[in-house]
Structures are given as C-alpha cells and as structure tokens.
Design a protein around this ligand. Structure first.
Ligand code: PEP
Ligand code: MN
Length: 338
C-alpha cells in the first residue's frame, strides 16, 4: 500500500498514523520527496480499509499494490482449485461441466422428467429453483421445501448432483441435507451474513456475480465464504446490468480470463440469465467454452411457453443437446475435454 501525505501534514498527525501501522505489525518505509512524502506500507494490509486511511487529514492519496483478497488470490495459491460436487469435478483440467434444468421446480414429475432429459443430453448436474428471488411479490415464489425434496428425488432417479438457490440462512440445514451445490444468487452476492453462513458449511457454493458488481467486489464475496472456512467456491458470471436493452443483461465474457489470472477458483457461465433469450444461448455458450470457462449452467424446459418462470430463456431439450454437441467441438479446439 502506497500512501501520499499532504504537504502541510503536521508531525503529530503523521506520528499518530504511524503508530497505528506499528500496532498492526506493518512496516512503514518513508520516501521523502521534493514536493510530497510517500509512505510504503509493507506487510499484510488485507485488514486495512483504504477509506479509513483516507479519513486521516494528513493523507492525500492511498493506492493499493496488492489485491485486497488473499484466500482467493492466485498469487498465494498458484494451482487451480478443483471443486468436487457430489463426485463431479469442476475446475482445473477437469472436463467442462454442463448443468441443465428449469428455472423453477414446478412439481416432482416435471423436475424428474426434465432431469432425465438433461442427463440424456449429456449434462452432469441438474438445476432447479425452489426458493425464487422474483422482482414482483405477485410472481411465483417457488415451491419452498417441497421443491427441495422434489430436487432430491430427481437426484435419486438420475444419479446427477443437484443445484438450487439458497436465499436465507434460516434454510441452511435443509440445503446441507439435500442439495449438492448451494447457489447464492446475483441478488444476494453481497448479503454478507448469508456468505458467512455458507462459509461454515461443508458443501460447495456456486456464487453468482451481482448484477452491478465489479469483478473485485465479486471476488471479495468469494473471499467472505473462504474466510469463514469453506474453500469450495465456484464463480458464475450471469451478465451485468448496462444501458443495453436488446439483452436482459450484458454478458461480460472477459471475466473468464480475468478470474483465471487473478484467482484459482473455477468459473462457469450462465448464458440464460446473461441474455434472457433462448436464441442467443448457443452462441454465448460456444464463446464461453472458447474463452476457457469451466462449465455452463443453462435453463432447460420441455414446454418453455408454459414455464412458471424464465420461459423465454429456456432451451428445449433438443436444442440443449445440439448445443452440448457443438460445445464439445470448441472444447476440443481449445484443448479441453467435455
Ligand atoms: C436463477 O438461477 O434462477 C437466478 C435467479 O439467477 P440470478 O441470481 O443469476 O438472477
Ligand atoms: Mn431463472
């Protein structure tokens, strides 16, 4: 961390600031310039908030040299993290995974039927929401616990691990008991109490990017989970909010190489929520595989026009199967198995 001091900083103010760093076990290297004095702070500055330093009247500017995240940082953990989801490996050199299923569980037969269909198409996991974060309080809110039990039945019938979204920490036991991969949705990416709660469980977490979150904020949310003791985090890009209206969100594909460079965590792509349009899902999926994503999570419904949520961004099973076939060719071209 580099701190530039104001020209008129008093000796007393500087001394107080310096004592604060000493108490934290940090070293201060002072460079006396013609115009300004600059301090180089050496040591673990992860616990220091830049804005708290700026609150000192003697400080003109604060600049970080290293990222504020430690556990997620590739610098301190050069090898890729591979997350095991009920026997399916995600990340590193593992084959690219595909997760398919409806936005919401509608009933037991439906999720078991679609689960079997996505398995036949080549998916390795089933998705399905039982607790749904809907913009309108009048929209379908999900089947709740019944939906979680329906998902568990789909796993029993297909043998595939299941993914579902947890919205509130009071349901955590239900999820730990029944769900293989616990999803934290875009709207809860900065629900810090929820992040800490899933940091205490022994289940992998799928952390979606918040719709207006910077990459650093997103990684810091992964850091919350990891700092609470759970190292098994898979990141999921699901599009961010921009001025563009032709798509539901804007797919930020550059995050794939950025996340790979800065962190050691696996990253998967959700082209359904990123585009909001089933016609765009295939192109975005092919691009995601080419960019180095470790997996895809795609909404699939056998009757999208009758889906209880997100029908417009669901693929029919035939299209989903065709997409997987095409993605395998791209995977091969970029040296990945799928
Ligand atoms: C979902 O996966 O159904 C969902 C609501 O996703 P997101 O949190 O990305 O909007
Ligand atoms: Mn959805």
């Amino acid at each position: 961390m580099i701190i530039t001091m104001k020209k008129d900083a008093s000796a007393k103010e500087l001394e107080r600031l310096r004592e604060g760093f000493d108490e934290k076990g940090l070293r201060v290297n002072v460079i006396e310039g013609e115009e300004y004095n600059v301090w180089g702070i050496v040591g673990d500055t992860a616990h220091i908030n830049d804005r708290d330093i700026l609150a000192n009247r003697c400080v003109a500017n604060v600049q970080r040299v290293s990222a504020p995240y430690k556990l997620a940082n590739r610098m301190f953990h050069p090898e890729d993290t591979v997350v095991d989801v009920g026997g399916v490996k995600v990340g590193g050199t593992s084959p690219i995974v595909v997760i398919g299923g409806p936005c919401s569980v509608e009933n037991r037969d439906m999720i078991c039927r679609i689960g079997e269909e996505v398995r036949e198409c080549g998916a390795q996991m089933i998705r399905g929401g039982a607790y749904k974060p809907r913009t309108s309080p009048y929209a379908f809110q999900g089947l709740g616990y019944e939906g979680i039990l329906d998902m568990a039945e789909a796993r029993n019938r297909t043998g595939l691990p299941i993914v579902s979204e947890l919205m509130s920490a009071d349901k955590i036991d239900e999820f730990v008991e029944n769900v293989d991969l616990i999803q934290i949705g875009a709207r809860n990416m900065q629900n810090f109490d929820l992040l800490k709660a899933v940091g205490h469980v022994n289940k992998p977490i799928l952390l979606k990017r918040g719709m207006s979150a910077t990459i650093e904020e997103w990684i810091m949310s992964a850091e919350y989970i990891m700092a609470s003791g759970n190292p098994n985090v898979i990141l999921c890009e699901r599009g961010i909010r921009t001025f563009e209206k032709y798509t539901r969100n804007t797919m930020d594909l550059a995050v794939v190489p950025i996340i790979k460079e800065r962190t050691h965590l696996p990253i998967i792509i959700d082209p359904s929520h990123a585009t909001g349009d089933w016609k765009l899902i295939e192109s975005v999926s092919l691009a995601a595989v080419a960019a180095g994503a470790d997996g895809l999570i795609i909404e699939v419904h056998d009757h999208p026009d009758q889906a209880w949520s997100d029908g417009a961004q669901c693929l029919k099973p035939e299209k989903f199967q065709e997409l997987i076939r095409k993605c395998r060719k791209v995977a091969e071209a970029v040296g990945r198995q799928m």
